[in-house]
Design a protein around this ligand. Structure first.
Ligand SMILES: NC(=O)c1ccc[n+]([C@@H]2O[C@H](COP(=O)([O-])OP(=O)(O)OC[C@H]3O[C@@H](n4cnc5c(N)ncnc54)[C@H](O)[C@@H]3O)[C@@H](O)[C@H]2O)c1
Length: 248
């Protein structure tokens, strides 16, 4: 097994991608702590190496406590996977409130400041660690009406690159994954109010992928396993497009 003895924290663990990421990390032998605002989808994961923690990713104190408890109980933290995120309903900028912009920036970007800061505390003394952030291919291939979401994901990628250079002397690797349109409940949340999602899913999202299919959570979790594993020991500051060619 690829990840035997690794202790990995996953945010957004209860989501479409998060749950599959958690399951695959467990299959590969890791001890996993999953954080989400809603942990009900995680109830079916009954595993001795899994702990679910219900928390708001922006609650700095609560998140700090989860990292501290994990380190105290497991003796170390090897990996952090930031899969938390929210979508923006497609809308022209004039119709987007400052409150909506701020919420997207907070959950998709500021949350990374909170979790990476905590992870680094425990990774630095061990001189090893791997941090993976799920951003979005929309950063390089934007769609109209998603300006706030795309800006938040651009911040996620540039923050990861900035941390990769800052943490390289400590042998902590930081990488980004840009998924293309993925078959989770989030996809429907990008669609504007008057638009039919079923038509949009086949006619717009699927057709926008050169390889001809929507991305599956498993496609993203395969990339996560690689990036947190020692096979990727010289990979840092990279952005892996898991997008069926959507970014081309
Ligand atoms: N689905 C797509 O088409 C797509 C494409 C590219 C990138 N992404 C990104 O991939 C990641 C995973 O997306 P997904 O498709 O699994 O979406 P999802 O909505 O299924 O999962 C996101 C999870 O984040 C959790 N969450 C939201 N706000 C939170 C908060 N304040 N505190 C704690 N948890 C919170 C939600 O409860 C949910 O379980 C996200 O960062 C998303 O932006 C998704």
């Amino acid at each position: 097994m690829e990840l035997n003895n690794k202790v990995i924290i996953v945010t957004g663990a209860g989501g479409g991608m998060g749950k599959v990421i958690v399951s695959q990390l467990l299959e590969e032998g890791a001890f996993v702590v999953g954080i989400d605002l809603s942990v009900s989808s995680l109830e079916t994961i009954n595993h001795e190496r899994f702990v679910a923690k219900k928390a708001n990713i922006l609650d700095e104190q609560e998140i700090a406590k989860i990292f501290l408890d994990t380190n105290n109980k497991q003796g170390k933290i090897d990996g952090l996977v930031n899969a938390v995120g929210i979508a923006q309903q497609q809308s022209p900028i004039e119709d987007v409130s400052l409150e909506q912009w701020t919420r997207l920036m907070n959950i998709n970007a500021t949350s990374l400041f909170i979790t990476v800061k905590e992870a680094v505390k425990y990774m630095k003394p061990n001189r090893q660690g791997s941090i993976v952030t799920i951003a979005s291919i929309s950063v390089v291939r934007p769609r109209p009406g998603l300006q706030s979401y795309i800006a938040s994901k651009g911040a996620a990628e540039s923050f990861s690159r900035a941390m990769a250079i800052e943490l390289a002397p400590h042998l902590i690797r930081v990488n980004t994954i840009h998924p293309g349109p993925a078959d989770t409940q989030m996809l429907g949340q990008f669609v504007g109010g008057d638009t039919d999602f079923t038509t949009m899913k086949d006619e717009v999202f699927k057709k926008s992928v050169p390889l001809g299919e929507l991305i599956k959570p498993e496609d993203v979790s395969n990339a996560v396993v690689y990036l947190v594993s020692d096979r990727a020991k010289v990979v840092t500051g990279a952005t892996l497009h898991v997008d069926g060619g959507r970014g081309l």
